[in-house]
Structure formats: C-alpha cells, structure tokens
Design a protein around this ligand. Sequence first.
Ligand code: C2O
Ligand code: CU
Ligand code: CU
Length: 523
Amino acid sequence: MKRRDFIGLALAGGAGILLGEFLVPKILRRQRPKPTANPSFHPDVELELSAGPSEVQIFTGAPTRVRKYHARLLKGPSETLQVLEDTYLGPVLRLKKGQKIRIYFTNYIPQDTITHWHGLHVPPEDDGHPRFAIRKVEKYIYEFEIKNRAGTYWFHPHPHGLTGPQVYRGLAGLLLITDDEEQDLKLPSGEFDIPLVIQDRIFDGNNQLVYLTSRMERIWGFLGNRVLVNGKPDFTLQVRRSVYRLRILNGSNSRIYKLAWSDRRPLVVIGTDGGLLERPVMKNYLMLGPAERVDLWADFTRYNEGDTLVLKSLPFSGASSMGMMGRGMTGRRRRRGGNRVPQNGEELEILRVKIGWKPGIKPKLPEHLSNPGWHNIKEALNLNSPRRFVFAMRRMRPTINGRSFRMTAVADDEIVRLGNLEIWDLVNSSTGRGMMGGMMQMPHPVHIHGLQFQVVERTTSAGWETIKEGFVDNGWKDTVLLMPGMRVRVLLKFEDFEGLYLYHCHNLEHEDMGMMRNYLVKA
Ligand code: C2O
Ligand code: CU
Ligand code: CU
C-alpha cells in the first residue's frame, strides 16, 4: 500500500472525517433562487416546464400513477418540443448549439425538486444543484446558452436524497442537441432517428410502481424485474428495411446493460455521452451503466421483411456479490412484486425489432463523423500527480475519499482553478476480501457535472473477461462505469464558469445516500 492510500484509509476510519473540509463562502455558493427573468438575457427559445403527478396506461387495467414532466413552448421553433405518446417520460427537447434558452420551471409534486440538465456545460446556478431545490408550487428560472456539441443529453430531478424515487416515478426526459457539423453529415433523421430510454421497474398487482423499502436494498441500488423502453414493457420497434440512428440512454436507477444484437452482428457506435465520435467503432457488445448514452448506426437493410431481431443484455460477471447475505437479499426481492428480480449481470431481453418494407434510399455510414477537439494531455497541470477520488462503501455508507455529501461543503482536494486542464483518477476500491469485502463489491457509474471529459486509461476489474470489449473510451463522456476494483483516468478542463458543481455515483440510490460531493471551480 502506498503511503497516500494509507493516509486516506486512516482518515476515512476516523469519526469526524471532515479533514480539510469547509463550507463554501456565500459569494461562491451563489444562492440564487431565480424567481424573476433577467431582462438583459434575450432567449431564442422559451418554455414552461413542470413536474407534476400524472397517470399513464402502461398495462391493461388500472392506470399507473406517475410523476411526469410537461412542457409548453412559449417561443422558438415548433420542433423544439417532441411529446412522446402514452409514457411517463417528459417531452424530448431538441435544441441547437448557440441557442439561448429560458425555462420557467414549476414544481407541482409534493416534494422538493430541481431539474438538472445532465451533460450540459451551464453556469452552476443553472445546473440543478440540490441547494436550489424548490418546494411545491414554487418556480425556478433557468437561463443559459447551449454550448455543448451535438449529442444525446437528458434531464432529471436532483434534490438531495430524493433523486432515486423521483426519477423512478417517471421524472426524466431527453435533451437532444444538434449543430452545423452534425447537420452536414446527413445522418438518419426524423422517423429514422429514434431515442430509446431503457429503465427497469417493479409493478404491484394493481399496476402501481414499487420502489425500495429496506436500507439493505438501497445499498445495492434498485433493480426491477420489468425492462421498459420509452416507458413501455415488451417494447417492439417497428422499422423499415432502412438505416436508423438509435440513441440509447440507460435511464435506470442502478441496472447495467451489456447490449448486443441477438444475431451477433456487431453494434456500430457513432456517439457517446458528449456527441459523435471521430469515426464509427464496431462492438460485439456494449456496456452501458446508469446515465450513459450511446448512439448507434443500425442498418436493417440486410434483413428481410418480417424478420425479428432482439436487442439483449448479455450475462456478465463482477457486478453482484453472490455471498450468503447477497443471496438472502435476492430471496427477499424475489417475493416482492411477484416475479424474480434478475441481478445485475443476468441476461435480459431489452426490445424487439420488427423489420418492415424497404424504402428507396439508403444512407451511407460516414467514415469521418466529427472533429472531437480533444484536449492535449501534455498540457495537463498535474500530469504526474493525478487527483484521486476513491468511491467505496465504508461501514455500509457510500463515500468518496471517505466523505459523504454535505450541501455546500468542499474539501481541499475538491478545489480546482478556472481554465486548468487536469487528470483525475476515479477509483472503485472494492477489494473483495473477506465476507464484507465481497459483500460490498459493487459497480459505481461515476458522473461529473458541468463538463465532458476524456477517458485516458482504464484498468481491469472484477468480471473483466466478460466486459472488456464493451467500453467506448474514445468519445466525450460525462459518466463512466467503474466496475469493482477498476480505476479510470480522465482528462478534464474547467472552462467558462466559476462555482460549485457536483460529482457523484449515478447509481441513484448511492447518490441519495451521499456518494456525492461538490467540487469548486475558482478563478
Ligand atoms: Cu444525471 Cu448529477 O446527474
Ligand atoms: Cu449530471
Ligand atoms: Cu455507486
């Protein structure tokens, strides 16, 4: 053990664990409840967004009570809002790089909430930090410019301790950004550009959603026994014999998917969290942790009319402990909601594709997709001394470097300078030694707010042989899946905005239990 690790552990074991931690002064916290619009901000797009109770017909019989985002366009192109039918998912927001957007958000659910734009590079007060959570019937006004590359982003609630249940009950939506570079490519668009949000749920006998009850279950994260796509069970995608762009979001609270086509044709990846890759990449399977996105080029012209294809999640190992207590918990889960709940890593069917008739033209897969505009690692300030963030369960408590979330606290190692390029090591410290070690081996999908980063290096992990080909590490990312024992080295730059941002585990139960911290960008 390196001396540094030893110090880290020693601190984590202490009672107070708050070494070097302090509350950020008011000026940097920018406690700005935004009840009024800024008259000097001139939006291209204006919309009203609300989160409220709703009902959807998911199964025959009783409708399911959900929470849902509704939106109304006040100003801007009519294609900005695409409402999805019969689902709890919010409308798809279609925006363009360079647009200025103002959103009047109102909370109509009986809990505090705030909306976060996952993956977007926005000022801290527009990022949906939990310190900005508003009560029922209160309003929050967002005003920001779209600075991100074309890509598949999303929005969801972010109140502290309640993100898991609020997303689970339905609050989530896609936010698709386009730009000139992407438009020039003439990728499949319109009906050939299909968003697919994968989530898992449990329903009771009366078609109502069942969430977690015990602390033990929360520690593992919620796992459901029904896979929903775009809010629908047993999802079938009717396609023509043509080429599609499939934008896949893992919107699950904690389930990980190992995506593959049933006929073992490779998946053609054209984009990741932060937009298009430089060139397409072929994968036999793809690992997709919570909050990660992947953009696929799906060529259905090689099939015959009437063929059926299945998008599956293949089995993999390393994600769940099969220790004695683990089995006990599984047993409990099995009883609830009737059907057995598959563990992370068990095979699942995600959706079926039914091939229809063939239209005239067939788009060609571009060899070159985009210019990612990579950072130069040699310019990294801490090239030889990466910052290190260890994600670990300590005495059944999710921690980062031994600490848990405090609303406006940052520690010394969580302060960065505006304009700097840095290397961070994100470490999943599951050791797997002994009974508790084995018990607490779990994946952590790590998300950093406010920016997109590059993956520089990824080490092996538990279950490595079964997952190793499934990572796309040559695209912009905002979330990376850390399997037990894995370290991922990332390169990130803090640009444009000063203030408090979050980084956290996107297993929403881990996040709610405090596996989340602030980092402070200082000029
Ligand atoms: Cu997708 Cu902090 O969130
Ligand atoms: Cu985010
Ligand atoms: Cu986690």
